[in-house]
Structure formats: C-alpha cells, structure tokens
Design a protein around this ligand. Structure first.
Ligand code: URA
Length: 236
C-alpha cells in the first residue's frame, strides 16, 4: 500500500503538493471512485488510477538507458560540469536519479540511470557477476598473450582483476571486445596499458544481457521495460 499523493505525484511527475491539490479537488479516481482524502492509501499494484479521465501508471522506480556522449560525466552532480543526469529529458526526470556505475568522461555508450539504489547495488557488486561489455579501440593490435592474461586476471597495482574476456571485433585486433565483471577506476584502460597498449576510444555496448539500443543517438535515452531490466540481471 502506498499513499495516494505519492502515487499521483510519481505517476504524473509532479510535486506531492500539486498531487494533494488534485486529490482535494476531486480530480483523482481510484477504481472509478473519486477520492478526496489526501491521507488515502491505495494498492499501487492492483488498483486503477485516473486523473482528469486519464489513466495513470505507477512505477515506483524508473530505469533509463542512455547512450552517453563524450564530454559529460557520469554523476548526478557535476559541480559545474555537464552530467548524464542533466541530459535526461524533462518527461523522464525524477528526484534522486543517478547513474548506476561510472564511465570515464571520454567513454561513450550504455549508461543506466535510475532512482533504485538496491537495483544499482545489485548490478554493480562484483559478487553479483553482472558482466559489462565494451569495445576498445587501441593504438596497436593486441595478441594472444593479452587475451590469456585477461583470462587469468590482470594485476593492477595491488589489485588482481577478475578474469575478463577479450576477443577481436570482426577479426580486427586493434578493436577489442572486452567483458569485465567489476568497475575499478579506469579498469580497461589500465588493463591494456599493462601490455603497452593505449585505449583511444572506449564504448560500453552491454550491461548484463542487455545491449545498447543502436537507434539511440549520442545523448539520447529511453525507458527500459520490466523485461529489459530482467535481461540486465540475466534473469531471462
Ligand atoms: N574502463 C575504463 O577504463 N573506463 C571506463 O569508462 C570504463 C571501464
């Protein structure tokens, strides 16, 4: 059960005060009956909600796929710098949105933006083994030694990385498709740099089982369905 003003404010993306005002004026219907009591609680999963005749759908949390462009930072507050959250269009905006996992400022591709802290924790924790896949464009081709070392786990300073998968993209060894299960600082750039290879471009193309939607231009985003969220967790 959830308070009606919370359900209406979330579903319509308006403030709680505005939602209460709609309720008091008799403009909100629950299961076809007008409800004017602002303390009313409803079952957000099974009750139906209408406001001014329009059916409302309540989703407690929002999950957004963004194709991150270069030059913006993966944070909710950029302290003067543009962030991925700044790029979220008005209709998807909510309080407490944040990127689940950081990409470097010059990395592009799939960023998941949400207000669901538990879900973010689940997909970021190395224990949950949610893989993240990237295409790295390198200054020189990599060889089998690099592939084998990635498979064993590359040692970075004091950290031993978990085993990572590396293969060529369309047989071009200056383009590596890399899958990792952690999110250490500059991890992929540092892993290649151990072998004298510089990452010129880095793009994240997949989180868990869900690939970046190639119809999204840089900076664009879309809402993910429940099915797509399960695919991220590899539950489908
Ligand atoms: N590894 C990196 O080096 N940078 C990223 O942005 C993500 C993974």
């Amino acid at each position: 059960m959830e308070r009606l003003d919370k359900i209406i404010s979330t579903a319509k993306n308006i403030s709680r005060a505005d939602a209460r005002s709609l309720i008091k004026r008799g403009r909100v219907f629950v299961n076809s009956r007008a409800v004017t009591d602002i303390g009313f609680k409803a079952d957000e999963k099974s009750d139906s909600f209408l406001c001014d005749g329009e059916e409302l759908f309540y989703n407690k949390y929002i999950y957004i796929m963004m194709n991150k462009p270069k030059g913006v930072i993966s944070a909710s507050n950029g302290k003067g710098e543009k962030t991925v959250v700044d790029l979220v269009p008005q209709e998807f905006r909510r309080k407490n949105l944040f990127p689940a996992g950081r990409l470097d400022k010059d990395t592009t591709g799939f960023v998941l933006i949400t207000d669901d802290g538990d879900f973010a924790h689940k997909i970021l924790s190395p224990k949950s083994h949610v893989p993240k896949t990237y295409i790295a464009t390198l200054d020189k081709p990599f060889d089998d030694e690099v592939v084998e070392s990635f498979e064993k786990g590359v040692e970075l300073k004091d950290d031993l990385c978990m085993p990572a998968k590396l293969c060529t993209l369309d047989g071009d060894a200056t383009k590596g498709v890399v899958t990792i299960r952690q999110g250490m600082y500059h991890q992929i750039k540092r892993m290649f740099s151990k072998f004298g290879l510089q990452v010129l471009e880095l793009e994240r193309i997949k989180i868990g089982g869900l690939g970046l939607d190639r119809s999204l231009a840089a900076g664009e985003c879309k809402i993910l369905s429940e099915k797509e969220i399960k695919i991220i967790e590899n539950k489908l």
